[in-house]
Write a protein that binds this ligand. Sequence first.
Ligand code: 5AD
Ligand code: SF4
Length: 467
Amino acid sequence: MSKKVHIKTYGCQMNVYDSKRMADVLKPHGYELSDDAENADLVILNTCHIREKAAEKVYSEIGRLRATKDEKAADGKNMFIAVAGCVAQAEGPEMMRRAPAIDMVLGPQTYHRLPDMLKAAEEQRTGGRRSARVLDTDFPVDTKFDHLPDDSTFDGPAAFLTVQEGCDKFCTFCVVPYTRGAEYSRPVADIVAEAKRLVAKGVVEITLLGQNVNAYHGDDGQGGTASLGELIAELDKIEGLGRIRYTTSHPRDMDDELIFAHRDVASCMPYLHLPVQSGSDRILDAMNRKHTREDYFAIIDRLRAANPDLALSSDFIVGFPGETDEDFEATLDLVRRVKYAQAYSFKYSPRPGTPAAILEEQVPEDVKSERLARLQDLLNEQQLAFNEASVGKEMDILLEREGKYPGQLLGRSPYLQAVHVDVSSADNALDAGADKPYSEYMGRLVRVKIVESGPNSLKGELVSTLS
Ligand code: 5AD
Ligand code: SF4
């Protein structure tokens, strides 16, 4: 009999990829994915530990799930609660103590062992216990990638593919080196094989993922290692793969091969997420970022010289310990100089176990809030300006899902902007008999003219029909 698993994903795209892979691992064991936690036999919370709020959300969700689990138990039904991801890795034993409703805790490097953990949990529960107590947060010597099934279900034309994991950079605010472990790059051949399987299923766009994706140096199968630029060139050869993206990059690892991929490789999208975190050298040094603001400007200049069409994105932290008004002004100045298409910005939140958490001179909360608001005003202004500049342009849009209104599909521009496209009036959209006449456009790259812009999305009209 088939069982149901509900997976709730928090945090970054790496977690989105991991959640999908967990579903792939469980499928041969009779577990089907379900949107509904109430009726699931197994609920997995794939957690994020990057900021305090992200971790706290997990505990409130466990509280809600405990009630469901108790109700089901009263009806004689079983439900397992598993916590995966970075909170699990960082706080596993503590979580088990704090939340007795949890049956299983597994880290980002051990989810290929989920079936074994489930078996152990089932055995413990048949002993009449309310919850099992299975904990597996090792960093195994053999990589999970060698144990993940090849088969993966298709869930849209844009897919994630993890090529690199972990981080050796140790920025002083960040938990990633502790929760995801040391840097590891998958071999080129494995990545190419996975990409080909995705494309065979209908995937048109692949985003290569890694906490430090441009530090990629995977086995090239010829006794050497390939850089991310070389990997992208290799993937570009796959017929049917129209778009390649990658995230997240570190300025230190932005080498020429990768920069030139933005000039020379047609499928390499003109969009780059390159976090700078701060515009002040003093703060960058205290963050152990290993680059200065001038280094960052120099990289941006090289990138824009290689491809003037490149759109940029970044992450920022405001209120890092010791950040003065002057440091913050330097961040605003950097933003004004670079001009971003979009960006993420956060208030510094101390993470236990990281060096910055114990620094004196923590910035008061109200100062952080005020700085964040000012920075976000500026970034929003830039994003709006970038979107407005798209109006009148023609671009290729990958149509990924249904839009809000009938006849409308939602896609992404090369610059990752969300674009609503009305396909209902297109000549060949009206194929009689189809319940959704425009469905044949789904998952396709189409030429679109942008006619309207807003802060978070664009509107476009088809300029070509499907060939
Ligand atoms: N506080 C605030 N933001 C953080 N980030 C990482 N750690 C912290 C922290 N302790 C942000 C960084 C990173 C993004 C993924 O999250 O900007 O690039
Ligand atoms: Fe964290 Fe810095 Fe590594 Fe990025 S480079 S994952 S911010 S330690």
